[in-house]
Design a binder for this molecule. Structure first.
Ligand code: FAD
Length: 307
């Protein structure tokens, strides 16, 4: 069995594996797709100490770094079930889609998250060509341009406020009759003179010239009218979905489905830790996931030497 098994091979999982291996304990990483969300990222400009890199390059570097240590990497394998340790069986089991079972004394869950998509024509075609999901990451790429934000919840309104300080103009589209963000955010949003808000607005298409986004089409649900706004970018902000479907019923999740962790990365189950976008830790960023992964590994090591 492993002393520490990491489930997930994104920034959080890679950092956890490196910190664990450096303690000289038997470490494994099982990942559906080593690299995680960074594989889908164009340019990364906010990983401190690396001025600029590309997602796939960053993902390859993560894997190379992990491979310089004695870590068993089990790639292209999906975990389907977590069976926590009991008094009779002191090892936690992770069942894989392939039918195999991995056993470990401690576990770090780092299965990340995925952005919820609007599923309209143009979204896939212009992904990274004007369609973006992360204002902290991609906002500066739209400096001085016009953008739309889809979603009027806290993340959408925060994104609109954030982007309004960088871009020329923001159009915010909310499907419902009213914005769902906190009142204080809504007040701030309404005070900005380069933001237009459309409620009861159903996005129907992200339009483009074949290469890049050139506008957004929506239906005004009150009048039934079809509308189109010319712009250069669209930020989809309708939720980040944590990859925890396979964990439901085993450990404590927040109402958004995130794994609840304390300041040490400890979950509701002893010996099981979690890190990165899959957890309740706020702000989903690479540099944060890496730090949380390292922290969870040190917590797991601490747990091992005490038991
Ligand atoms: P992830 O990267 O999501 O990795 C999760 C890992 O778990 C993957 O290996 C996945 O295959 C695996 N996994 C999931 N489910 C299972 C399962 N059941 N069994 C086995 N393995 C599983 N952040 C920045 O800081 N800067 C940026 O510029 C930036 N740009 C971004 C652009 C895009 C398009 C996207 C989508 C995200 C961007 N982010 C950026 C966010 C950043 O990518 C994430 O915060 C970060 O990758 C989170 O790391 P993680 O390890 O927690 O999860």
């Amino acid at each position: 069995p492993f002393d520490l098994l990491v489930v997930g091979g994104g920034p959080a999982g890679a950092a956890a594996a490196i910190y664990s291996a450096r303690k000289g304990i038997r470490t494994g990483v099982v990942a559906d797709r080593f690299g995680g969300q960074t594989l889908d990222t164009m340019s990364i400009e906010n990983f401190v100490s690396v001025k600029e890199t590309e997602g796939p390059k960053f993902a390859a570097a993560l894997e190379q770094h992990v491979k310089t240590y004695d870590v068993d990497i089990i790639n292209l394998q999906r975990a389907e079930k977590l069976i926590p340790a009991t008094v009779d069986n002191p090892l936690t089991e992770v069942k894989l889609a392939s039918g195999a079972t991995l056993k470990a004394k401690t576990i770090i869950l780092a299965t990340g998250a995925r952005w919820r998509e609007v599923n309209v024509p143009g979204e896939q075609k212009y992904r990274n060509q004007g369609v973006a999901y992360c204002p902290h990451c991609d906002g500066p790429l739209f400096k001085g341009k016009r953008v739309a934000v889809i979603g009027g919840g806290n993340s959408g309104v925060e994104a609109a406020i954030d982007l309004a300080g960088i871009v020329a103009h923001v159009t915010l589209l909310e499907f419902g009759a009213e914005l769902r963000a906190d009142a204080v955010l809504q007040r701030k949003l309404r005070s900005l003179n380069n933001v237009t808000v459309h409620t009861s607005a159903q996005t129907t298409e992200i339009t483009g010239d074949g290469k890049r986004v050139n506008g957004i089409a929506f239906k005004d649900l009150t009048s039934g009218e079809a509308k189109h706004v010319e712009l250069e970018g669209v930020f989809v902000q309708i939720g980040l979905v944590p990859n925890t479907e396979w964990l439901k019923g085993t450990l404590e999740l927040s109402r958004h489905g995130e794994i609840i962790v304390d300041a040490r990365g400890q979950t509701s189950l002893p010996g099981i830790f979690a890190a990165g976008d899959v957890t309740t830790v706020p702000f989903k960023q690479i540099v944060i996931a890496v730090g949380e992964g390292a922290k969870a590994a040190l917590s797991a090591f601490d747990h091992l030497i005490r038991t």
